[in-house]
Design a binder for this molecule. Structure first.
Ligand SMILES: Cc1cc2nc3c(=O)[nH]c(=O)nc-3n(C[C@H](O)[C@H](O)[C@H](O)COP(=O)(O)OP(=O)(O)OC[C@H]3O[C@@H](n4cnc5c(N)ncnc54)[C@H](O)[C@@H]3O)c2cc1C
Length: 488
């Protein structure tokens, strides 16, 4: 990315949380404290986990160097929870839970992210409409504040710190343990993709599926789908995501013809129904699926169903990662733009962005464009994460494009993609769409204050910063606070 993140002076490889607490106390005691950033996998795309001229804490070494690594990931079958070190990968949380027939409920699409990293943002995927984001699915945290204090917090104990840290962009403390509730695990998933030729039909069906008050009489199982997402597929500009391996070659040709007929842009509703294990029988799932397929308004003949294991479904992005890595296309710039958009703007957004801005001259870019709705009442307004609060439903739009090295001029394409992202933000602003960024980035404090948080949330964020990290030591790579806070 074209962002100067600055080089850290040192890296700490902690073997226990006390090492991190000692580092933070040492920094805090100095007249000029040095910055400290926890780094999970460093997947954030603009150096948010870096610490220019400070110390980066390599969180994975907690798992590697801990006296008993097993203690960093332990399941209580009786208590129905898993205690996971902040450095643990979600894929390991999944496997440790499944070993006991249990599973967390809320996920990200990609599981090779750390628990502390996603809880510092929100952690979203197609289960969030029902269960909320990952930050709505935490019972307790161990946190080391910017003052080097080790605090256990939850909704019952030290609640303000608990709320601050969830979605807190690493600003208030380092998460060293999270207690995640577990439920009995399903065994398999029916994984469905349905194609649509217009955004109105797609979003109407998506909203029906996430309406958790609506139930159809399936006899045995409640709930329409367990996972609901969606994406935009286009024949150019969005770089051929419809050539996905989900389709056979013959299907891909039919899909391409449909895309052409529809003017170059298709929409795909992606859903999953869980079954087996704790989640009902195969017969039930077939019945549920049949009913749904009759009702949904996708293009007949363009429904695709796969049957996969539950674990395989959740870890589905890994396959794509390995293929991209093998082709040298993983470690490339990712000028991603993620937005939360109130439902009332989604069709105008689709017309202006999917059918307009994104179709202009970005040949050589590749990557999915996601669009799916969530229920606002599954999000906790006390946590630090920012989301549109005005309407019952909001959409996440993820424009997840990579700038491929094979394109004729890589740096020019990257610039073009970044310009397009800015154009999209301007389009939203001009149209009065009250959208906010997810995995947000602003170059300076005024963007954070005015565009991201808004006055009330900003005041609360600053007040919490003053309490838990007054010297602004933590996660300066987010570019929110760059110097100690003046006394209130
Ligand atoms: C391929 C891919 C797919 C993705 N899919 C999704 C998705 O479906 N849904 C979703 O919500 N996100 C998704 N993300 C984004 C992901 O949530 C963020 O990148 C997130 O930052 C997690 O990455 P990480 O664990 O490497 O954290 P890092 O990038 O290392 O850190 C992120 C921020 O959190 C801070 N931090 C890290 N660890 C801790 C800790 N233990 N305590 C306190 N602060 C900490 C860092 O200082 C930094 O500011 C995806 C990312 C990638 C690369």
């Amino acid at each position: 990315m074209s962002v100067d993140v600055g080089v850290p002076a040192a890296v700490l490889y902690p073997s226990c949380p006390d090492d991190i607490a000692a580092l933070l106390r040492a920094s805090s005691a100095r007249p000029s404290p040095f910055p400290v950033s926890a780094r999970g996998c460093g997947h954030s795309i603009r150096g948010q986990a870096s610490a220019a001229r400070g110390v980066v804490v390599d969180m994975p070494s907690l798992g590697r160097l801990a006296a008993g690594p097993a203690t960093r990931l332990s399941v209580s079958v009786e208590g129905r929870y898993i205690d996971a070190g902040g450095e643990q990968l979600w894929v390991d949380v999944l496997n440790a839970s499944l070993a006991h027939g249990l599973t967390p409920r809320s996920w990200t699409d990609y599981l090779h992210l750390t628990v502390g990293g996603t809880l510092s943002n929100a952690g979203i995927s197609g289960q969030a409409f029902r269960h909320g984001p990952q930050i709505s699915n935490v019972q307790e945290l161990d946190v080391i504040t910017g003052l080097g204090e080790k605090v256990t917090c939850s909704k019952e104990k030290n609640r303000d710190l608990f709320d601050a840290v969830l979605g807190g962009l690493g600003q208030f403390g380092v998460i060293t343990r999270a207690r995640i509730p577990l439920v009995p695990a399903p065994a398999r998933a029916r994984w469905v993709r349905l194609l649509y030729t217009d955004a109105a039909a797609l979003t109407k069906d998506q909203e029906r599926l996430i309406d958790i008050d609506v139930e159809i009489d399936t006899g045995a199982v409640s709930g329409l789908m367990d996972y609901v997402e969606g994406s935009v597929l286009a024949d150019q500009g969005l770089a051929g995501s419809w050539r996905s391996s989900f389709f056979s070659e013959a299907d891909a040709a039919r899909v391409a013809a449909l895309a052409k007929e529809a003017g170059g842009v298709l929409y795909c509703l992606e859903g999953a129904l869980y079954y087996g294990g704790a989640a009902g029988s195969e017969r039930d799932v077939d019945k549920r699926l049949d009913l749904l397929l009759q009702e949904l308004r996708y293009e007949r003949g363009f429904g695709f169903v796969q049957d996969v294991s539950y674990a395989g479904f959740l870890d589905r992005v890994r396959d794509g990662e390995l293929k991209l890595r093998a082709a040298g296309l993983w470690e490339v710039p990712h000028p991603w733009l993620n937005l939360f958009l109130p439902r009332s703007h989604v069709l105008d957004f689709a017309a202006g962005v999917f059918h307009g801005i994104l179709r202009q001259g970005t040949t050589g870019a590749s990557g999915p464009v996601l669009i799916y709705p969530m229920n606002r009442n599954r999000w906790d307004g006390e946590a630090s994460a920012v989301f549109p609060e005005e309407e019952d439903v909001f959409y996440t739009v993820g424009i997840l494009r990579s700038s491929l090295p094979a394109s004729s001029d890589g740096s020019q394409l990257l610039r073009r993609l970044e310009e397009q992202n800015e154009e999209i933000m301007r389009f939203c602003e001009d149209a009065g769409m009250a959208c906010v960024q997810y995995l947000p980035y602003y170059a300076g404090q005024s963007g954070w204050e005015k565009k991201h948080f808004g006055p009330n949330r900003w005041d609360r964020f600053v007040e919490r910063k003053r309490k838990y990290d007054p010297k602004a030591i933590l996660s300066r790579g987010q570019r929110i606070f760059t110097s100690p806070l003046p006394l209130a």
